[in-house]
Design a protein around this ligand. Structure first.
Ligand code: PLP
Length: 441
């Protein structure tokens, strides 16, 4: 078991996996099994009754996933982690683990488009209301709180604005009201640890930088173990009232008693939400993500250092109207990167290509090495035009609120040699400024 606090070491040795207990295999094996033989009937009853913790059924837990969960929890300075089938499932579970019909939660307006759909439409149909707060002033969160507000939600490094979220400021407001802050840390693993700044829960799309190779979809929820679920029973009824789906368990009380740890959120997500809603991460996919995780700290360094060089190049190119990057914001917002990030400012950057939509399209089409895909966080460099793709299901008002202007292009800078990345961007930007053959002819 590694006690190191260095991400490079945690990614390889974190959690309690040293070698496979059955075979001594060093690489984490894929446990392709749905179920686990109980030792006897008492053992089976104890597992189901949570008197003992152990494997029951792969919808709820799996030894391959367990290694990934422990390593991600350690990387985030959390106490426990639950993997799920995608980042979307992680966001859904995070909210549903605190809110029921009639409740509300407050989310930052700076969000991934898919999360906006989930919050605005799908959760609404389940009777859960999302109230949106502009994060440019953290007090906007407080203004929307009422006695049915169960949690706050935000992304560490949301695109397209790439304004680092005021984690401590909003978490302090939440804690005053016994409201936990959930941070989606998908775009800033390793370089930011939201739990250290007061967030209670971290969610990830493991599909992105942690998996890192564009091969696997996955997500997870990390329980920081730093939130008192029983401090205000009316604020968190799901942790203070008997759960009739589990023999009347009061999760906020029973989990610390059984485990000796403040991980009621993680246990409830596993034994209630994975049990009832499904959406587990397949062990094969957990294995794929572990391969990425083992080198993620190294890749993040290269992603971030490449991005800085790219940003420097872009700010000087005549066909670029505007460059968006966390440290380019003025004042308080720009300072947040310094306050919350360590070891880099992320791999995402945005550009407004001179000439609007047509120039933006030309630029994307002229890219030779960059892939034109709906993804971020691949080892390869990626580009997309959000207004016509990832954010296309949003209304015009929602698009503007999300900061998606017509000519905006999002870049996810990969780990190729920076000279090659810049050369591809240069030739595409040069092409974006030239009149097209059609226009000439
Ligand atoms: N959160 C963020 C910030 C994302 O960018 C994405 C996907 O693009 C998700 C969550 C959803 O993750 P997944 O695609 O793994 O469901």
């Amino acid at each position: 078991m590694s006690k190191s606090t260095n991400p490079e070491t945690i990614a390889l040795h974190g959690g309690d996996y040293r070698s496979d207990p059955a075979t001594t295999a060093v690489a984490v094996p894929i446990y392709r099994t749905t179920s686990y033989q109980f030792n006897n009937t008492d053992h089976a009853a104890n597992l189901f009754g949570l008197k003992e913790f152990g494997n029951i059924y792969t919808r709820i837990m799996n030894p391959t996933n367990d290694v990934l969960e422990k390593r991600v929890a350690a990387l985030e300075n959390g106490l426990a982690c639950v993997t799920v089938g995608s980042g979307q499932a992680a966001s859904t579970f995070a909210i549903m683990n605190m809110c029921q019909s009639g409740d509300n939660f407050i989310s930052s307006t700076d969000l991934y488009g898919g999360t906006v759909n989930l919050f605005t439409h799908t959760l609404k149909k389940l009777g859960i209301e999302c109230r949106y707060a502009d994060p440019s002033d953290p007090k906007n969160f407080e203004k929307l709180v009422d006695d049915k507000t169960r949690c706050f939600y935000a992304e560490t490094l949301p695109n397209p604005y790439l304004r680092v979220f005021p984690i401590k400021e909003v978490s302090d407001i939440g804690r005053k009201h016994n409201i936990p802050l959930i941070m989606d840390n998908t775009a800033a693993p390793i370089i930011c640890k939201p739990l250290d700044h007061g967030a209670a829960i971290v969610v990830h799309s493991l599909t992105k930088f942690i998996g890192g190779h564009g091969t696997v979809i996955g997500g997870c929820l990390v329980d920081g173990g730093n939130f008192d679920w029983t401090a205000d029973p009316k604020r968190q009824p799901l942790y203070n009232e008997p759960d009739h789906s589990y023999g009347g368990a009061v999760w906020g009380e029973v989990v610390p008693q059984l485990t000796g740890a403040n991980v009621a959120f993680a246990v409830r997500a596993r034994v209630c939400l994975l049990r009832d809603l499904g959406a587990p991460l397949a062990p094969d996919n957990a294995w794929g993500i572990i391969q990425g995780l083992e080198t993620a700290p190294l890749r993040m360094k290269q992603h971030c250092s490449n991005a800085e060089k790219v940003v420097d190049f872009l700010t000087k190119h005549k066909n670029v109207e505007r460059v968006i990057y966390p440290t380019l914001h003025k004042g308080e917002v720009g300072n947040r990167a310094k306050k919350y990030f360590k070891g880099g400012n992320g791999a995402l950057c945005g550009i407004e290509v001179k000439g609007g939509v047509e120039a933006g399209k030309k630029f994307i089409e002229a890219l030779k090495m960059f892939y034109h895909v709906a993804n971020i966080g691949d080892a390869r460099s990626l580009a997309i035009h959000p207004a016509t793709t990832t954010h296309s299901q949003l209304t015009e008002k929602e698009l503007l609120a999300a900061g998606v202007t017509p000519g905006y292009v999002r870049l996810s800078i990969g780990i190729e040699h920076p000279d090659d990345i810049i050369a591809d961007l240069k030739q595409a930007l040069d092409a974006s400024g030239k009149p097209s053959l059609k226009a000439v002819g």
